[in-house]
Ligand binder design. Structure first.
Ligand SMILES: Cc1cc2nc3c(=O)[nH]c(=O)nc-3n(C[C@H](O)[C@H](O)[C@H](O)COP(=O)(O)O)c2cc1C
Ligand code: SF4
Length: 520
């Protein structure tokens, strides 16, 4: 009989839910029964409410069981789960789970399927086809393919990736750099981490393509300090890619050189901002630089630098493999391709949902996400991280699209959606936004450094009912100053969560008795 193949995820979500203990218990149970099995430590599929999701390969496909606890293992083994037998924890064929089946997985096509550190697995699932094509096309055609795809930066600002690459390629220099922004500071987001932990070669391939396209021979991944596991997986994958000739002096025998290293951040949200990230990479305090010059002209160590979000770079292999047109055909308006939307907060089915742009917000929250985990009515979501607006239920028809969100003063950002039920106090959320800004401010400019502290004080007065109207006027004026006068988006965007809370939920600021949620 063929040895059964079992998959137990090894990413931070699954490990936090006990996946390591499950793997050990499984090994012991198999040993006791004299069964030889191949236990592959894959990454999560991104269906977090099912973690740890244990999968077994059967003739029908991979059958899943979850969420599994160590105490379930004996019963599962006894009940024939190695053959995909039925069990209360069985979720059937994993590929048929509606949450997964409804997705369009382009960037995240391999997560949860492969062994993250197996190059053989990676290549068997389409890996390195993009780099091969990029080498065949040559640098400028590679850049144009990315321009054609319509890919926009997935880190927050939504700037066209290909145009950024074109600028760096055209900048005269003896050295250029690729910097991957893996600081992933936005609330409720984990897409960067999942790629690093579940499909690290995808990022390596994307960065290599970027390097060869713009003539950069070195790359750095600036990884969030809270991601120790991702950091280790990436280091191992880089070493394997180097040994296989996929990084180094002669990438894939092309005669072209590209190599990369990992760097760990130190826990500052502002170090996700591209210029303070570069300062931090250079070993200095993470202070925002004034622009211009742009990093594309004067970046890391003063050299032209492509700085892209991790998801932007990890999307490049599929674009080069299948073509810019293929990618561009997904989406709506100027939002092309797919977005890994991360459903988090008080939500029943939290996880990663990669889909073409254009899906309405309400469908994501209620239909796909299943509403709140608490079972209470949804009251608001914060989209796009801590600098993003709060959207009330009556705006849930907004399509997930950069321009449609901007028209509502909202942000797509890195694709995070944090859900709140009707127990949330929006005045406190507004105060929290100001507190966050004052805590994370790099201190370089006055509207943000001083304004956020004054904002906290003013909101405290509003919440205490002290000269409410006058203090709200001060708050609105302060938000206006921060929006227009801040050097970067930390100070410049903090007014959005604050003002959206005030605009959509005035009753929480003492304006009128709270309306019943159903009437909103
Ligand atoms: C305060 C602040 C924090 C940011 N944090 C991140 C982050 O964690 N990850 C990220 O990719 N971009 C972050 N950005 C956006 C970056 O400055 C930059 O736009 C991005 O790395 C460019 O890559 P992209 O074009 O691929 O999105 C942040 C911006 C600001 C103002
Ligand atoms: S807005 Fe805040 S974080 Fe940005 S430069 Fe000014 S002080 Fe620094």
């Amino acid at each position: 009989m063929k040895s059964p193949r079992i998959f137990v995820p090894n990413d931070a979500t699954a490990v936090a839910c006990g996946a390591d203990r499950i793997a050990r218990k499984l090994e012991a149970g198999l040993l006791a029964r004299g069964i030889t099995a191949d236990i592959t430590r894959n990454g999560s599929r991104g269906l977090f409410w099912l973690e740890p999701l244990v999968e077994v390969e059967t003739e029908r496909g991979r059958v899943g069981y979850g969420p599994v606890t160590p105490s379930d293992i004996e019963e599962l083994l006894h009940g024939g789960f190695l053959h995909g037998a039925d069990h209360p924890l069985c979720v059937g064929l994993v590929e048929e789970i509606p949450y997964l089946k409804r997705q369009t997985r382009l960037t995240f096509a391999r997560i949860g399927i492969i062994d993250p550190l197996s190059l053989t697995d990676y290549k068997a699932h389409g890996g390195y086809r993009g780099l091969e094509r990029a080498i065949a096309l040559g640098p400028s055609a590679t850049v144009e393919e990315v321009v054609d795809s319509g890919l926009r930066g997935r880190g927050g600002a939504g700037f066209p990736t290909g145009i950024k690459w074109r600028t760096v390629a055209a900048a005269p220099a003896d050295q250029r750099y690729i910097v991957c922004n893996a600081d992933e500071g936005d609330s409720g987001t984990f897409a960067d981490r999942l790629i690093m932990e579940a499909d690290p070669f995808c990022l390596i391939e994307g960065m290599t393509i970027a390097g060869l396209a713009v003539g950069a021979t070195r790359g750095y991944v600036y990884c969030r300090s809270e991601y120790p596991l991702a950091f280790v997986v990436m280091e191992k994958a880089i070493e394997k890619a180097r040994e296989a000739g996929l990084l180094g002096a002669n990438v894939l025998g092309s005669g072209l050189s590209f190599d990369m290293e990992m760097r760990m951040g130190a826990g500052a949200y502002v170090c996700g901002e591209e210029t303070s990230l570069l300062e931090s990479l250079e070993g200095k305090r993470g202070l925002v630089r004034a622009k211009p010059p742009l990093p594309a002209h004067v970046g890391l160590f003063g050299k032209p630098t492509v700085i892209n979000n991790l998801v932007s770079l990890a999307t490049v292999p599929v674009i080069l493999d299948k073509g810019g047109k293929y990618y561009r055909d997904f989406g709506m308006g100027r939002s092309r391709g797919t977005m890994p939307i991360q459903l988090a907060g008080n939500i029943k089915y939290g996880g990663l949902f990669e889909t073409a742009f254009g899906i309405p917000l309400g469908e994501l929250v209620n239909d796909i996400g299943g509403g709140t985990a608490s079972g209470r009515p949804v009251r608001a979501v914060q989209a796009g991280g801590p600098l993003g607006a709060y959207l009330p239920v009556h705006q849930f028809d907004t399509p997930f699209d950069y321009e449609a969100f901007a028209a509502k003063d909202a942000l797509i950002g890195h694709g995070g959606i944090v859900v709140f039920d009707d127990t949330v106090d929006m005045a406190h959320m507004a105060k929290f936004a100001m507190e966050f800004c004052s805590h994370e401010s790099c201190g370089k400019c006055t509207p943000c450094r001083i304004g956020s502290t004054r904002g906290v004080e003013t909101l405290e007065k509003v919440i205490a009912g002290e000269r409410r109207e006058a203090n709200l006027e001060i708050l609105t004026d302060l938000c206006h100053t921060m929006k227009l006068g801040s050097l970067c988006a930390l100070g410049g965007f903090t007014p959005y969560p604050v003002m959206s809370a005030l605009t959509h939920f005035p009753e929480d600021f003492g304006a009128a008795p709270k309306l019943p949620v159903a009437a909103e």
